[in-house]
Design a protein around this ligand. Structure first.
Ligand code: G3P
Ligand code: CA
Length: 263
């Protein structure tokens, strides 16, 4: 059987060129030809899922405070673009492109993309909310018809997390949604290639892959797919190709696609 091409996933959108997790970054990623979009999700104080990486908004906006302590209306008044402003990117100054991005808006963008675009959604530190993040996430995916393996638009969704507990919640409530167990270091108790129950995909960081390439062979031998983050350097792309990983998660989807001969 011919292996599928490596999937190129835009990490926080095309986040090298545009401010991470904004509509500008995801529109650019789709224009660049990314196969899939990666995003982190957090719950606001009034229960909306928004795409923000850090616990606080300080680094990526002109505001201050924890996402979990702010209501969506407060977040919507902030500017998530100007910290990365560049002359050549006038769209970023349009408020719609640089205000806080709700997961709902991102799902609308994917639905309107005009071609299948997958989503890799990462639940960030979800234990604090005791299942509410996963509950809201599944509710939203269901509304968009994205909780089934094959969706009307041909896009599919997977959920990623460093928290095995979070993935178990997803697997228990929606067993058809693939889950990706993220790892920064070699998991000592699972170095033979096993993953936590319910996860079929491993998500190692590129440093782990560089330091322990044989671990990728073990994951494959155990029947798991491998999605590597965050792969920005050409030599790391080559390493991922040589190891036969299934997805490359990168801030530079355009450059990686070009390197893979798909530009
Ligand atoms: O795609 C997984 C990767 O995003 C995990 O690390 O810190 O960028 O969310 P982080
Ligand atoms: Ca992430």
């Amino acid at each position: 059987m011919t292996p599928l091409p490596i999937q190129v996933v835009a990490h926080r959108g095309a986040s090298e060129d545009a401010p991470e997790h904004t509509l500008a970054a995801y529109v650019k990623a789709i224009e660049d030809g990314a196969d899939a979009l990666e995003c982190d999700v957090r719950l606001t104080a009034d229960g909306h899922l928004v795409c923000v990486h850090d616990r606080r908004v300080d680094r990526t906006s002109n505001g201050r405070g924890a996402v979990s302590a702010l209501e969506l209306s407060k977040l919507a008044a902030l500017d998530f673009g100007s910290w990365k402003d560049r002359e050549e990117s006038p769209d970023w100054r349009d408020r719609e492109f640089t205000s806080v991005l709700t997961l709902e808006r991102l799902l609308e963008l994917v639905a309107d993309a005009g071609r299948p675009v997958d989503l890799a959604i990462e639940t960030k530190h979800p234990t604090r909310w005791a299942g509410q993040v996963e509950e809201r996430l599944l509710h939203l995916l269901k509304r968009f018809g994205l909780d089934a393996p094959t969706t009307p638009a041909g896009s599919s969704v997977r959920v990623m997390s460093f928290s095995a507990r979070s993935l178990q919640r997803i697997a228990a409530a929606a067993p058809t949604i693939p889950t990706v167990y993220l790892m920064q270091f070699l998991p000592l108790r699972m170095r033979d290639g096993r993953l936590p129950a319910g996860s079929g995909i491993a998500g190692p960081g590129i440093r782990l892959v560089r330091n322990h390439p044989v671990y990728i062979e073990r994951l494959h031998a155990a029947g798991h797919r491998v999605h590597v983050w965050t792969v920005n350097e050409p030599e790391d792309v080559d390493l991922c190709v040589a190891l036969g990983v299934e997805a490359i998660i990168t801030n530079r989807p355009k450059q990686v696609l070009a390197q893979l001969g798909r530009g």
